[in-house]
Design a protein around this ligand. Structure first.
Ligand code: SF4
Length: 183
């Protein structure tokens, strides 16, 4: 029979590993050196999950501070452009995102929380412009790669998670996903 202390440790379930846009944890990785610390996520959801922080823009080589990025072009296939110097960052960010997501899936991930409205991380609400006019709202490039690589992965953005019902459902979905991945 295991000594009681070991039995207790063995009975503690591993907390699910959840990817998260790094700026939501208070890290100063935004274009202007700021962050978007979101208390309810860091404090409440942080007690349920192990965080796996990702900032696609910084990790793919863009610095801090950096030019802001915008989605430009047709709503279905917009390009990720720097807003001042008009450089196309699409391929660089897609290549990084593909590599990072494959790595996350190999090491094990059970959910993702993304920063809303970001041209890289935004889920469904990223403005797409054509000739300086807003033509649609779409998905950020990193968020597209996350959802394409693993369509069944529970994914939410931080604005929806402000609602208690959405938070509770998200926790349930993540725990169910983790359980399924362990069977
Ligand atoms: S929204 Fe995404 S890309 Fe932008 S700072 Fe936050 S983690 Fe980085």
């Amino acid at each position: 029979m295991k000594p009681p202390v070991f039995k207790e440790l063995c009975d503690i379930p591993l907390r699910p590993r959840v990817g998260i846009s790094r700026c939501l944890l208070g890290e100063r990785v935004r274009y202007d050196g700021g962050h978007k610390n979101t208390q309810v996520i860091a404090e409440e959801l942080g007690t349920h999950f192990q965080w796996v922080p990702v900032c696609p823009e910084v990790e793919c080589g863009l610095g801090i501070p950096r030019e802001t990025l915008q989605m430009i072009g047709t709503p279905d296939t917009p390009r990720l452009m720097t807003s001042g110097s008009n450089q196309d960052m699409t391929e660089m960010l897609l290549k990084f995102s593909d590599f990072r997501m494959r790595d996350l899936l190999t090491t094990g991930i059970h959910g993702f929380i993304l920063k809303a409205r970001s041209p890289s991380c935004g889920l469904d609400d990223v403005p797409v412009y054509q000739a300086h006019s807003l033509v649609a709202h779409g998905r950020g490039l990193f968020a597209s790669v996350v959802t394409t690589h693993c369509p069944s992965l529970p994914v939410e953005d931080e604005t929806r998670l402000q609602h208690r019902v959405v938070r509770t459902k998200f926790i349930e979905r993540v725990v169910a996903y983790q359980r399924k991945s362990m069977t």
